[in-house]
Design a protein around this ligand. Structure first.
Ligand code: F6R
Length: 606
C-alpha cells in the first residue's frame, strides 16, 4: 500500500528510482512521482495513473545522484496529479513522500494556513513539507524532521529530500515500514525490500519511532529526540529473479503455478518421521508451555484470516484445542479478554498489515503470548512476535494472495500436528498426516494440470453478476476464500455461506442467473451438502461442485473432481481449483488481474 523508494550515491538516481517504482507498483498504483536532487534544486515529476504514465513525463532526463519516489494508493484526496507524491513546500526546496495517515492533519493545516502557507493538494502529506520548511533552523535535516515528527499524530513511513542538503536523505518510520539497503558507497531506502533486492541484500529495518540520516557512505539511526539507536543489518533471502513474471501473463497465475515448490519449502526440514510429528524450529515455546495452552486465537485480515480459519479447524481437530480465527481489525478494538492459557497467532503474508500489527501489540500489551505465521522474513509482525513459523513461500507480487493461502494452511497443518502429538494424536495418525504432507506438492501439481477443464467451467460463471460459495466446517473457510478471490479480481459479487445457512435467507436470491459453487468433499457431511444442493437446484440455480471422484445422487451443472488425499488436507486441495476458476473468470471479464481496482498489496493503513 503505497511504495517509497530512495537513492543516494554516485550513480544517476532517476533510473534506479523508476525501476524501483515499477517493482513497487503492486503496493499502490493510482499515481506516481519522483524528486531528483540536482545541483541547486529538486526536479520533480508526478502524475495520476501508473508508473508507465509517469515515464511519459521523461523523468529520466533529470540529472542527480540522490532522490526519492513514490507510488500511491489514495487515502487523503482522490487520485490526481496534484495529490500525487512527492509534496513540496512553497519554495520547492523540500520534497516528501509518505505512506500512512496523519491523523491531526486538519489541525496542523489550519495552523500552517495561519502562517501563510498555501496548500496545493488535498493530502495529509503536504503538512510535512510545510512544517519542515517552517521549522528548519539550520540543524541537520534529521534533527529538523525529528522535531516535525514530534508534532505528528498518526502513522508514517517517510522520506525527505532537501535541495540545499544534497547527498542526504532522511527517512522515518512509525507504523509503516521503511527499509535501508546498504550498497557499496551508495544507499537505498524503500518501503519494501522488493525494491532493493536488485541492488543489495543487506538491509536494515527501521523500528517505529526511529529516524535515519542516509548518505552514500552510510547511515545513522536515532530516536525522534535525537538519541542514537543501534541497528544490525540482516540479509534478504529472496532472489531478484523471484520478482519476475517469467513466461506467465500474470503474477497471480505464476504464483498459482509456484504452489508445489512453495509448499515444498514450507515443509522443508519440518517433517519428523522418527516421532511422526512436525519440527518447528521457530516455535520457541517449550513443549510443557504448549501443553498448557487451552485455547488458540488466530488473528489476521482477508485471506490471511481465512487461512487462519482453516488452521483453527485443523488445530481443533488434531490437537483438540478450541480454536477460532478473528479479523485482527475487530479484535484490536473490542477490548478482548486476553487469557494466560490462550495462544494468539498472527497470520500475515506481508507481515506489515496495520490492523494485524495493532492486534499483536494489543495482545502483548495485555501480557498474552503471541506467535506469527508470516511470509516476509524480518517484517514487523515477525519481529513483534519473536517466534513462529515462516512460510518460505517466496515473494508474492500479485495483489491477491494465492500461494500464501496454501502455504499458511500447510504451516497450520504442521502446527496442529505438533500440538496434537504433544497431546492425543496417535503415532499412526501422525504418520498418516506426515505421509500425506509429503505427497501434497505432487497432488497440487496434478490439480494444476486440470486448468483447461476449470477454464471451461469459468464460462458458466463469467456472465453472472452474483455467485454463492457454500461449504461446511473447513469447507466453509474454503468457500469464503473462493468468494473473496472471485470478487477481488473479476468484480463479480460473490458471497460465501455455511451451506446450511442458505435456507435461512440467501436462498431467496437463487435464480438461473446465480451460480453456486459448492465445496463438496466426500466426508461425513457429503449427504447433508447434497440436500442443500437439491434445494438450490429446485429453485433453478446452477451448481458447480468442487468435489472428489465418485457417484453423486445429483447432477451438477459443472464439476471439478479432485482426488482425495486425507480429509484434513482436503480443504487445502479443494481451494486450488477455485484459484484457477477466479483467474479464468477474470480473464473472460477482461479485468486487471494483478492490480485490481481500489486494492493494493499490504494494507499498512487502518
Ligand atoms: C486477498 C488478500 C488480502 C490479504 C490481506 C492481509 O487476496 O490478499 O485480503 O490477505 O490484506 O494481508 P497480509 O497477509 O499481508 O497481512
Amino acid at each position: 500500500m503505497c511504495g517509497i523508494v530512495g537513492y543516494v550515491g554516485k550513480r544517476q538516481a532517476a533510473p534506479i528510482l523508476l525501476e524501483g517504482l515499477h517493482r513497487l507498483e503492486y503496493r499502490g498504483y493510482d499515481s506516481a512521482g519522483i524528486a531528483i536532487g540536482g545541483k541547486t534544486r529538486l526536479q520533480i515529476a508526478k502524475r495520476k495513473g501508473r508508473v508507465r504514465e509517469l515515464d511519459e513525463l521523461r523523468p529520466l532526463r533529470f540529472k542527480g545522484t540522490f532522490g526519492i519516489a513514490h507510488t500511491r494508493w489514495a487515502t487523503h484526496g482522490e487520485p490526481s496529479d496534484r495529490n500525487a507524491h512527492p509534496h513540496c513546500d512553497a519554495s520547492g526546496r523540500y520534497a516528501v513522500v509518505h505512506n500512512g495517515i496523519v491523523e491531526n492533519a486538519a489541525a496542523l493545516k489550519a495552523q500552517l494556513v495561519e502562517h501563510g502557507c498555501v496548500f496545493t493538494s488535498d493530502t495529509d502529506t503536504e503538512v510535512f513539507a510545510h512544517l519542515i520548511a517552517l521549522m528548519d533552523d539550520g540543524s541537520p535535516l534529521e534533527a529538523v524532521v525529528g522535531a516535525v515528527l514530534r508534532r505528528i499524530v498518526g502513522a508514517y513511513g517517510l522520506a525527505v529530500a532537501d535541495a540545499h542538503r544534497p547527498g542526504t536523505l532522511v527517512v522515518a518510520r512509525n507504523g509503516s515500514p521503511v527499509v535501508l539497503g546498504i550498497g557499496d558507497s551508495e544507499m537505498f531506502v524503500a518501503s519494501d525490500p522488493s525494491a532493493l533486492v536488485r541492488h543489495t541484500t543487506s538491509v536494515v529495518h527501521l523500528n517505529d519511532g526511529e529516524i535515519a540520516a542516509v548518505r552514500a557512505d552510510g547511515y545513522e539511526t536515532r530516536t525522534l529526540d535525537g538519541a542514537p539507536t543501534s541497528s544490525t543489518p540482516s540479509t534478504i533471502a529472496w532472489k531478484d529473479e523471484a520478482f519476475d513474471k517469467g513466461t506467465f501473463d500474470h503474477y497471480m497465475r505464476k504464483e498459482i503455478a509456484e504452489q508445489p515448490d512453495a509448499v515444498r519449502r514450507t515443509l522443508s526440514g519440518r517433517l519428523d518421521t522418527r516421532f511422526q510429528t512436525a519440527h518447528l524450529g521457530g516455535v520457541t515455546m517449550a513443549a510443557r508451555d504448549l501443553l498448557d495452552v487451552r485455547r488458540v486465537k488466530i488473528l489476521g485480515c482477508g485471506t490471511a484470516r481465512i487461512a487462519g480459519a482453516v488452521g483453527a479447524d485443523l488445530i481443533e481437530q488434531l490437537a483438540r484445542i478450541p480454536a477460532d480465527a478473528e479479523a485482527a481489525s475487530e479484535f484490536r478494538y473490542r477490548n478482548a479478554v486476553i487469557e494466560r492459557d490462550t495462544l494468539y497467532i498472527a497470520v500475515s503474508q506481508s507481515g506489515e498489515t496495520f490492523d494485524t500489527i495493532a492486534a499483536v501489540q494489543e495482545v502483548k500489551r495485555k501480557g498474552g503470548r503471541v506467535m506469527g505465521v508470516v511470509n516476509a522474513a524480518g517484517s514487523t509482525i515477525a519481529r513483534e512476535c519473536g517466534q513462529g513459523i515462516y512460510l518460505h513461500a517466496g515473494p508474492e507480487v500479485s495483489v491477491v494472495s494465492t500461494k500464501t493461502f496454501t502455504c499458511t494452511a500447510v504451516a497450520f497443518t504442521l502446527l496442529a500436528i505438533h500440538l496434537g502429538r504433544l497431546r492425543d494424536l496417535s503415532v499412526a495418525n501422525g504418520a498418516r498426516l506426515i505421509g500425506a504432507l509429503q505427497e501434497l506438492p505432487d497432488r497440487i501439481a496434478a490439480i494444476l494440470e486440470r486448468e483447461p477443464e476449470i477454464a471451461s467451467l469459468a464460462k458458466l460463471v463469467a456472465p453472472a453478476e452474483h455467485a454463492f460459495f457454500i461449504g461446511r466446517a473447513a469447507g466453509h473457510a474454503v468457500a469464503a476464500e473462493g468468494a473473496l478471490k472471485l470478487k477481488e479480481i473479476s468484480y463479480l459479487h460473490a458471497e460465501a455461506y455455511p451451506a446450511a445457512e442458505l435456507k435461512h435467507g440467501p436462498l431467496a436470491l437463487i435464480s438461473p442467473q446465480t451460480p453456486t459453487i459448492v465445496i463438496l468433499p466426500r466426508d461425513s457431511l457429503f449427504s447433508k451438502n447434497i440436500s442443500t444442493i437439491e434445494e438450490i437446484k429446485a429453485r433453478g440455480g446452477p451448481v458447480i461442485a468442487i468435489t472428489h471422484p465418485g457417484d453423486a445422487p445429483t447432477k451438477f451443472d459443472g464439476a471439478i473432481e479432485v482426488p482425495a488425499l486425507e480429509p484434513e488436507l482436503d480443504p487445502l486441495l479443494l481451494n486450488i481449483p477455485m484459484q484457477l476458476l477466479a483467474y479464468h473468470v477474470a480473464l473472460l471479464r477482461g479485468t486487471n488481474i494483478d492490480q485490481p481496482r481500489n486494492l493494493a498489496k499490504s494494507v499498512t493503513v487502518e
